[in-house]
Write a protein that binds this ligand. Sequence first.
Ligand SMILES: NC(=O)c1ccc[n+]([C@@H]2O[C@H](COP(=O)([O-])OP(=O)(O)OC[C@H]3O[C@@H](n4cnc5c(N)ncnc54)[C@H](O)[C@@H]3O)[C@@H](O)[C@H]2O)c1
Ligand SMILES: O=c1ccn([C@@H]2O[C@H](COP(=O)(O)OP(=O)(O)O[C@H]3O[C@H](CO)[C@@H](O)[C@H](O)[C@H]3O)[C@@H](O)[C@H]2O)c(=O)[nH]1
Length: 457
Amino acid sequence: MALVFALIYPRIKFIICDIDYIMKISYMGTGYVGQVSGAVSAHYGHDVVLVDIDKKKVESINQGKPTIFEKDLDEMMEDLVINKKKLRATLDTHQAVLDTEASFICVGTPDRGGMIDLSYIQNVSKSIGKALKDKKQFHLVIVKSTVVPGTTINTVKPIIEEFSGKKAGVDFGIAMNPEFLREGLAVSDNIDPDNIVIGTQDEKSQKMLKEIYAWAAKEKYTFVNVTAAEAIKYAQNSFLAMKITFANEWGNYCDVMGIDAKEVLDAIGADRRISPMFLRNGPGYGGSCFPKDVNAIVHSGQINHSPFRILEEVVATNNKQYLSLIDLAKSKIGSIARRKVGILGLSFKPDTDDTRESPALKIISYLVSQGCNIKAYCPQGTEMAKKWLTDNRITEIFYANSAEECVKDVEFVLIPTDWPEFRELLPKITVPTFVGHRSFVNPDNFENVYSLGFPKK
Ligand SMILES: NC(=O)c1ccc[n+]([C@@H]2O[C@H](COP(=O)([O-])OP(=O)(O)OC[C@H]3O[C@@H](n4cnc5c(N)ncnc54)[C@H](O)[C@@H]3O)[C@@H](O)[C@H]2O)c1
Ligand SMILES: O=c1ccn([C@@H]2O[C@H](COP(=O)(O)OP(=O)(O)O[C@H]3O[C@H](CO)[C@@H](O)[C@H](O)[C@H]3O)[C@@H](O)[C@H]2O)c(=O)[nH]1
C-alpha cells in the first residue's frame, strides 16, 4: 500500500483536475468518513463543502486543519483549503444543498442495543428535504453511512420526499455508495479503492456517480441497486470480522496445543484462496465499525427470520477474546489483583486516535475491577480514551507522557495495540510483558515477552 501511495500521491498533488466535469458536492457529517472522502474528492478536482453540526470541527477545517489523526490528511487538507480553495466547511446544511449538485450523507450510525441508531440519518434527511423544497434543479442524495439493508429506501427516501414535497427518481436522485476505508489508512484507501460500489435506482443518479468517481479506473465500479449496496457493506465487514475471529480461535487453540499460531496462520494465508489479510490473531477486533456492524446485521437476520448463526457466534466469541490476554498474564504471573500494570496502546489499532470499542479499554475496565493500579500510554489515543474512561467513571488512571515512562515502576506490561514504535522498547522492559498480536513480535527473542498464540514456557 505504501508503494501504491508513493506512486499515486505525487500524481494527484500536481495534476489536481483528473475529471471531465467538476461537480459541486457536499458531505453531510465531517467525521472520519466525511472528512477523508470529501478531501479526496476535492483532491481529484471537485468543489467540495463539508457540513457538520459541530462548530469546532467546521472552524478547524476552514483553517486547513483536520480534526482527526489520519496519515497524510494534514498536508492534503491545508493545501486544499488554504492554497487551492477546493474544500471548505460550513454549519449551514440548507445553503450547502442549494450550492451543490450532490450530497453524501456521512453521519454516524452508532450501536444502540445491537441495532443502529438512525436518529442522525433521520435528522440530516429532514434538513436535506427542507432544502430541496427551495431548489428547482435535480439534486442527488447519496447515503455513504453504513445502514442496514432497506434503510435508504424505507427511511431516507420517504423523509426527503415528505419534507421536500418532491419525488425520488424524478426531482431528486437517491443512491447508496458504501465506504470501505480503514482508519489509519483512510487517505490511501480512498485514493486507490479496491471497489467502488454504486447503488442506484435510476439512470441519472448512476451517471452522476460515474462523474463523481470519473478519476477511478472503470474496472473498480460495481453497479447494483440501493439495497444490494447496503448489503455489500455488511457482508464485507462481517466476513472480515469472522476471519479475524477464526484466527483468534486458532491462536487460543495453538496456545493450549503448544503450537505457534503464526506458523499455522501464515501457512494457510499463503494459499491464495485464503490470503494472509485479516488473519492475525489478537485480543479481538474493535473499532467503530466491526462490532456495531456485525451486531446490526445479526439483528437484521433475526428480525427478518433469516438468522446468521455463524455471526451470532462471532459476536459472542469476540466479546470474550480480550480476556485471553489477561488469562495469558495470569498463567505466567499468578493473580493479577491489585497489581501495578503498564498498558501500551489505547487506540483500537495503530496509526489512529480512535479508541471506540478498543480491546485496550475493555482490558483496563477489567483490571480496574480487580483493584489494579494502571499506567497507560498511547501515541494518539489518550484523549479519546480518557473521555471514554471518565464517562464510565474510571478515573484512577495515570496517563504517562511516553512509552518509557509507562513501563517504569510497574509489575507487568500489556500491549493490546500493536503500534510499531513499541517494538523498540521491548528489549528495555524488565518486567513480564504480554502482547496481544502474535504477528507483532517473536517472543522467543525476549526473555520476558509472551504473546497470544505463542506457547512459551
Ligand atoms: N470510521 C470509519 O472507519 C468508517 C468507515 C466506513 C464507513 N463508516 C460509516 O460511516 C458513517 C460515519 O462514520 P464516522 O466514523 O465518520 O462517524 P463520526 O462519528 O466520526 O462522524 C460523524 C459526524 O457527523 C456529524 N453530524 C451528526 N449529525 C449531523 C447533521 N445532522 N448534519 C451534519 N453533520 C452531522 C457529527 O457531528 C460527526 O462529526 C457511519 O455509518 C460508519 O459506520 C465509518
Ligand atoms: O488480522 C487482523 C486485522 C484486524 N484486526 C483487528 O480488527 C479491528 C479492525 O481493524 P481494521 O479493519 O484494520 O480497521 P477499521 O478502520 O475498523 O476498518 C474496518 O471497518 C471499516 C468501517 O466499516 C471498513 O470501512 C474497513 O474496510 C474495515 O477494514 C482492529 O481492532 C484490528 O486490530 C485483527 O485483530 N487482526
